[in-house]
Write a protein that binds this ligand. Structure first.
Ligand code: FO1
Length: 310
């Protein structure tokens, strides 16, 4: 029987495992569903950071130092924008800008974000399907003592410094999962949650109407990879945000957020002793090496996750 894997991903961490999965699965076997809660307009252009991070990773274009953006990109366009008085705290490289120009152009012609993502992926030579979680606008808002901040404002301009009191996914209650997502889930034999921030990367996907219910009722294996290792996020603000929201950052917090939606949580081997904190939320814990520093690590973790999913 053909495997049909739905893989839910955020940005950098999610993109690394996506590369491993895409190395082991044929294009028919994998649909990568990406968070769009981080999307934002800059200089009149629609920027979809997590979609682009996954797309660049699969196209072999990623800047491996930052984990986002295009390798070897230059910033002449941004310098000129600065000279012209535009705010330039969000670092858009010249090649990256081309992606946003093309995306915005096609969106303005009436294309859906899914259709645009498919077009950009194909033009970059990507064989596997990357689909945005929704074609409708969902925007992550972080409520802080400074007031509500858009995700990129909080993450990049304010470097995650303000404390997060609450998180909203504006538009999520009326947004529909994209057709590509919905159909892939219908046919899926397994669901995999990437090692992405449970609050602001996986959270917006789970906030889509009916999604939790569909994942709860899903009859195949549901496997997640913890983005938290040794009580800290592998990268990004997940641990800080969990603490600010009153949760102890650890594999238990990831399991709690996925309770009823996941059967196996892959935790890092250094967290082996915390397996019972996972298992109390009704899922099995499996310890593996989850830090992905190179392509071999990505393929090896993907292989292990696929074994668990079979
Ligand atoms: N992250 C940063 O920390 N600083 C940036 O200036 C920045 C620019 C940027 C431009 C395009 C893009 O696709 C991603 C970019 N990111 C940047 C990453 C992005 O903010 C985050 O990776 C995600 O939104 C969180 O998953």
């Amino acid at each position: 029987m053909t495997r049909r894997i739905v893989y839910l991903a955020g940005g950098v961490g999610g993109s690394k495992l996506a590369v491993g999965l895409a190395s082991l699965l044929s294009p028919d076997e994998l649909t990568i569903v990406v968070n769009t809660g981080d999307d934002e307009e800059f200089h009149g252009l629609h920027v979809s950071p997590d979609v682009d991070t996954v797309m660049y990773a699969l196209a072999g274009l990623t800047n491996e130092v930052s984990g986002w953006g295009v390798t070897g990109d230059t910033f002449s366009g941004l310098s000129m924008l600065e000279r012209l008085g535009a705010p330039t705290w969000f670092n858009l490289g010249d090649k990256d800008l081309a992606t946003h120009i093309r995306r915005t152009q096609l969106l303005r012609q009436g294309w859906s974000l899914s259709k645009v993502t498919n077009e950009l992926s194909q033009q970059l030579g990507i064989k596997h399907r990357i689909v945005p979680m929704s074609d409708d606008s969902v925007r992550t808002v972080i409520h802080t003592p400074e007031g509500p901040l858009s995700f990129q404002d909080y993450f990049v301009r304010r470097r995650c410094e303000p404390s997060a009191a609450a998180i909203d996914f504006t538009g999520a209650d009326t947004a529909q999962p994209s057709a590509g997502f919905s159909e892939a889930l219908q046919e899926a034999t397994a669901v995999i949650y990437g090692p992405s921030n449970p609050i602001v990367s996986i959270g917006p996907i789970l906030a889509l109407p009916g999604l939790r219910e569909r994942l709860q009722a899903f009859s195949g294996p549901r496997i997640a990879v913890s983005p938290i290792v040794g009580g800290e996020a592998v990268r990004g603000p997940a641990a800080k945000m969990l603490r600010e929201l009153g949760e102890e950052p650890g594999v238990g917090a990831i399991a709690r957020r996925l309770a009823g939606l996941c059967d196996i949580l892959v935790i890092d081997e250094t967290d082996r002793d915390a397996a019972s904190e996972v298992e109390r939320w009704g899922m099995k814990a499996v310890a593996e090496q989850t830090i992905m520093t190179n392509i071999e690590d990505r393929i090896s973790l993907a292989g292990r996750v696929l074994e668990l999913a079979s």
